[in-house]
Design a protein around this ligand. Structure first.
Ligand SMILES: Nc1nc2c(ncn2[C@@H]2O[C@H](COP(=O)(O)OP(=O)(O)O)[C@@H](O)[C@H]2O)c(=O)[nH]1
Ligand SMILES: [Mg+2]
Length: 309
């Protein structure tokens, strides 16, 4: 197969972008819209496209105003220039997260609602740290569901990480306590604590998270060093409610945004960054151990708008 130089370059760019799996069609739809005359109904359509991409009502309206003012100044502005202006506007909400300094042991608590991808993301993180040569210990802190312990048993064997588990329905704080004690005794460098899924509206379960954090701090002062909220990108605006409620009960250090491969939208990442100062640190793009990338705002926004990075 013959590739022209330019075509090959594009091809390589495509496979190296971490967000090739984001099924966003926003960019194509915007291009189609801008190829026609922009009248009042086109602006309405534009707002709908932004809204449907999960960018949220406020931001969708703001972006329409931005486009309106651009076209007022230059009615013939080329589509690429309009898209670049939208890109800049959206990128303004993102700050590049400061690199995390690893403690020894470095304790990471994983929280979120049921099915958001906590256990899978934990396994992906364990795999990531194993690959960088770290000794990893996993705490099976979801004591509600036997299936989640079995899930972690399979992952820990595959990845080569130690697993600390307890009896079903035991106190998750006790599992965290044992895991941190084991981490100190065995010289583990990374400890990942799984937790049961909890609805952000169930106050007593949210208090349980505070207890887990206290117990961690007792064992290792300053732990957990990271508390990551796992959010499913496909649930749309509900992710914002989850982020708000979890952050109220448990100071969050970052977000893992999962299932970006299954979402044709993805704009929820932007809505989250606009509303909260919690950085999105990791992006989940599949069910395998490899399907986790550091969240890079620029490549993400380019993938969202179908622009080439
Ligand atoms: N497509 C896709 N599926 C995911 C991703 N993360 C998790 N899942 C799937 O979502 C389901 C729930 O994940 P799980 O980790 O058990 O969620 P938990 O209840 O929060 O622990 C499982 O079938 C996972 O394989 C992702 O990034 N992409
Ligand atoms: Mg789980």
């Amino acid at each position: 197969m013959a590739f022209s130089g330019k075509c090959m370059f594009k091809f390589l760019k495509k496979i190296t972008s971490p967000f090739t799996k984001i099924g966003s069609h926003l960019g194509q739809k915007l291009r189609t819209l801008f190829s026609k005359t922009i009248d009042e109904s086109a602006y309405e359509e534009l707002e709908k496209l932004f809204y449907e991409a999960d960018l949220g009502a406020t931001l969708s309206a703001e972006l329409v105003e931005k486009v309106r003012s651009l076209l007022r100044k230059n009615a013939d502005m080329p589509t690429d220039q309009i898209l670049q202006a939208i890109r800049t506007e959206i990128l303004n909400f993102f700050t590049t997260p400061t690199p995390i300094e690893l403690q020894t042991p470095h304790v990471i608590l994983i929280v979120g609602v049921n099915g958001s991808g906590k256990t899978t993301s934990l396994a992906k993180l364990a795999s990531h740290y194993r690959k960088s040569g770290k000794k990893v210990l996993i705490a099976a802190g979801d004591t509600f569901r036997a299936a989640s312990v079995e899930q972690l048993e399979r992952w820990s064997k595959k990845i080569g990480a130690d697993l600390i588990k307890s009896q079903p329905n035991s106190d998750p704080s006790a599992v965290a306590f044992d895991a941190l004690a084991a981490a100190k005794a065995r010289g583990a460098e990374i400890v990942l604590i799984d937790t049961a899924g909890r609805l952000q509206t169930k106050t007593e379960l949210m208090h349980e998270l505070a207890k887990i954090r206290r117990i961690c701090d007792k064992q290792i002062p300053g732990a957990p060093h990271e508390t990551l909220l796992v959010l499913d990108a496909t649930v749309g605006q509900n992710a914002l409610d989850q982020a708000e409620a979890f952050h109220n009960f448990t100071p969050l250090s970052g977000i893992v945004l999962t299932k970006l491969d299954g979402s044709a939208k993805g704009g929820i990442a932007v809505a989250i960054q606009k509303q909260f100062s919690i950085p999105i640190i990791w992006a989940g793009t599949g069910e395998g151990a490899e399907d986790l990338q550091p969240f890079d705002p620029t490549s993400f926004v380019d993938a969202l708008l179908n622009l080439e990075s």
